[in-house]
Design a protein around this ligand. Structure first.
Ligand code: IMP
Ligand code: MG
Length: 176
């Protein structure tokens, strides 16, 4: 069906690992409530999957930020396109993101959220490309570290396409 994509992480590997991370989160947040923040659009598949296996009480909110243009490289410009619908003061906030690449987007976002006085603020990412880091970001939970390749699927896009792939893959044109 997706002949132009090489699979990097299968759907089964993804869900197995997401369940493991959710179990860790359940232990770390025992007795608390989690206010999950999804970073749109890329984080939506990951956040919904992760939240299904979280057994402590959860509330959800969404924020849209942009850092990428239409290409495959970060512009370094971060903009809030859509803000949260509720204040986070006093909440145990867990941000869920699709991927940390240069780190620019999340380092900026975590600083913005910290000023809103959450009780705690942590970051959970589905994927991390540590080799590409330009700006330091503290990541509390990572499902997979991946090599420096441009990937799509499970929320991640190439020019808005491929977000709905149920796996993480590398478009063949970028796989060399
Ligand atoms: P950063 O600011 O460079 O860390 O970029 C983070 C954002 O860039 C992610 O939330 C993604 O939206 C996007 N991004 C980074 N790497 C990839 C990739 O390999 N494929 C698709 N989008 C990516
Ligand atoms: Mg993103």
């Amino acid at each position: 069906m997706f002949d132009d994509i090489n699979v990097l992480i299968s759907e089964e590997e993804l869900t197995d690992r997401i369940k493991e991370v959710a179990e860790q989160i359940n232990k770390d947040y025992a007795g608390k409530e989690i206010h999950l923040i999804c970073i749109l659009k890329g984080g939506v598949y990951f956040m919904t999957e992760l939240s299904k296996y979280i057994t402590v009480p959860v509330t959800l909110d969404f924020m849209k930020i942009s850092s990428y243009g239409s290409g495959t490289k970060s512009s370094g410009i971060v903009k809030i396109d859509m803000d949260l619908s509720e204040p986070i003061e006093g909440e145990d906030v867990l941000v869920t993101e699709d991927i940390i690449d240069s780190g620019r987007t999340l380092s900026y976002l975590m600083e913005v959220l910290e000023t809103r006085k959450p009780k705690s603020l942590r970051l959970c990412t589905m994927l991390d490309k540590p080799e590409r880091r330009v700006v330091d970001v503290k990541v509390d939970y990572t499902c997979f570290n991946i090599p420096d390749k441009f990937i799509v699927g499970y929320g991640l896009d190439y020019d808005q396409n491929y977000r709905n792939l149920p796996f993480i893959g590398v478009p063949k044109q970028f796989d060399n």
